[in-house]
Design a protein around this ligand. Structure first.
Ligand code: AMP
Ligand code: MG
Length: 498
């Protein structure tokens, strides 16, 4: 079945990536699924992308979202890429279970990729079945949308489809298809794919395509490839500092899961930290803690050095010169990261000005959280409310077992807040704008996934998504979605779910 017609132009997609040379991808149609059912359509995202909701809710729309039919304008492809996985280079990965249908222009005038994930085997599937378990599709939908509404760049999720088929993992699981939306799917691993093959011409082509798509302002610059490196470094420094601020742990920061656009991509065993501890790891495959919460800044730097290496032959033809330019750029990373982190963490403490001693206040608070095993999100949210009343202040203190320490810290912080010379009401508003009340905690996400899959009950998913759309609001009577897990609810591991 072919969807869309020229008159209505419904689902008109462009295909700029497939205009690149043939070895950049494989032409591949999604493999139809047995019995597709729409579990969730993202109305806000439909509006943003100017997609017709009414069309998507009907049968042809369902067929589009499940890969059972493709729009006439689409030239579906699976993209080639390589990547460093847990530090080891794999020369060929690629979209083993995803197909890029094409791009659509959103209401902000920018192009967005529409990709189906779980859409069947491709030539990059290796031993995989090309499919996704429904549980990992729902997980990606919830977490990626939550990340978006927390104000963090990310790929987004347009729809969840249950496929009516089963996939074999450790057990037999129902299958699903996710419609993923991204400002592009170009990864550090995409560049590595060509670099490994000594294919400088292709590196130039992918670099030029990336610049045109993401950084058009440098198209005519003489040093555009070095600028591409630095712009990517800045976007990634911003991204990771924002993850750190909300306690997000990506879980598999391989270079193939690092998008040049600066968006969070490839939600696998990711999770939000409950109790503050930089060593927190959720992914059961990350045995050595390479991708622990507190390692993420170092790891992104490592990934960026790999990216820089792929540009070495096009930054300058003279290897010595090129090397020097790359080192100059990479040396700026600590500055890029510290600027981004400081700018963001300051807000969490209500600081708009800078004073000597701010760093000490910040670090001491984190040390107390670590020592006393306090929930990270709760601590900052209750700190934000503590200025509202004596009762709220006492509620904040209640979180801590060693009251003396936190009270002493609190008086220093209060003195510092006074130096802002801002009305307290405004400080509280600013604090609450940056310290969320609700995040998708693992134990809640798991419960909701089970309700959708086992009980066919979507009410809680819908309600949870509504709350996550405004994570900085006040909510009453929603503690089940908001509170940290009780000891018996805590989930220490997440599974890749591929
Ligand atoms: P990920 O861990 O999801 O980032 O995937 C790493 C690589 O494995 C990518 O090349 C994926 O396309 C591929 N992959 C993951 N799951 C599957 C699957 N079920 N079938 C085929 N390829 C897969
Ligand atoms: Mg991946």
């Amino acid at each position: 079945m072919i969807l869309g017609n020229k008159k209505t132009n419904e689902l008109y997609l462009t295909n700029s990536y497939s205009k690149l040379p043939k070895h950049f991808y494989e032409e591949k149609k999604p493999t139809p699924v047995k019995n597709p059912k729409l579990i969730k359509l993202n109305n806000n995202l439909c509006d943003f992308l100017n997609l017709d909701k009414k069309f998507l809710l009907k049968k042809p729309g369902l067929f589009f979202l499940s890969g059972n039919a493709i729009p006439k304008s689409s030239k579906p492809i699976s993209m080639a890429y390589a990547g460093h996985q847990f530090g080891h280079f794999v020369e060929q990965l690629g979209d083993g279970r995803a197909v890029l249908l094409g791009e659509t222009k959103a209401s902000n005038g920018k192009l967005y990729d529409i990709q189906l994930k779980g859409s069947g085997k491709t030539s990059f599937s290796r031993q995989g079945d090309g499919r996704s378990p429904l549980e990992s599709v729902i997980r990606e939908y919830i977490v990626s949308e939550a990340i978006h509404y927390l104000g963090i760049p990310t790929t987004r999720s347009l729809a969840i489809i249950s496929s009516g088929e089963f996939v074999q993992r450790e057990s037999t699981l129902p299958g699903g298809v996710l419609t993923r939306v991204a400002s592009s799917h170009i990864r550090v691993g995409t560049f590595e794919f060509f670099f490994y093959r000594n294919d400088n011409e292709s590196i130039k082509k992918i670099a030029d395509y990336t610049i045109l798509r993401h950084f058009p302002e440098i198209v005519n610059k003489k040093d555009k490839y070095q600028k591409l490196l630095e712009k990517t470094m800045i976007l990634q420094a911003e991204l990771i500092s924002k993850w750190i601020n909300v306690g997000f742990i990506h879980g598999v920061m391989n270079t193939d899961n690092t998008a040049i656009s600066g968006e969070t991509i490839d939600y696998g065993p990711c999770a939000f930290m409950n109790t503050y501890n930089p060593n927190t790891v959720y992914s059961y495959i990350d045995i050595k803690g390479r991708y622990a919460y507190g390692n993420q800044a170092q790891i992104i730097f490592w990934n960026l050095t790999k990216f820089a290496q792929t540009l070495s032959n096009i930054i300058d033809q003279d290897p010595k010169k090129s090397n020097k330019l790359i080192v100059n750029s990479l040396e700026k990373f600590p500055e890029f990261f510290n600027n981004a982190w400081k700018k963001n963490i300051k807000k969490k403490f209500g600081f708009t000005k800078s004073f000597e001693g701010d760093d000490k206040i910040t670090l001491e608070f984190l040390e107390i959280l670590l020592e006393q095993k306090i929930d990270y999100t709760f601590a900052f949210r209750k700190l934000s409310s503590s200025l509202e009343s004596e009762q709220k202040k006492q509620e904040f203190f209640k979180l801590f077992s060693n009251k003396k320490k936190i009270k002493s810290w609190f008086s220093n912080w209060s003195l510092r807040i006074k130096k802002e010379k801002e009305k307290i009401a405004n400080t509280i508003i600013n604090l609450k704008k940056t310290n969320p009340l609700i995040i998708p905690r693992n134990h809640v996400v798991e419960k909701i996934i089970n309700e959708v899959i086992n009980d066919n009950d979507f009410k809680k998913l819908d309600e949870f998504m509504c709350l996550l759309e405004n994570p900085y609001n006040e909510y009453y009577g929603k503690e089940n979605y908001i509170n940290p897990p009780k000891d018996n609810e805590d989930i220490k591991n997440t599974f890749c779910g591929t």
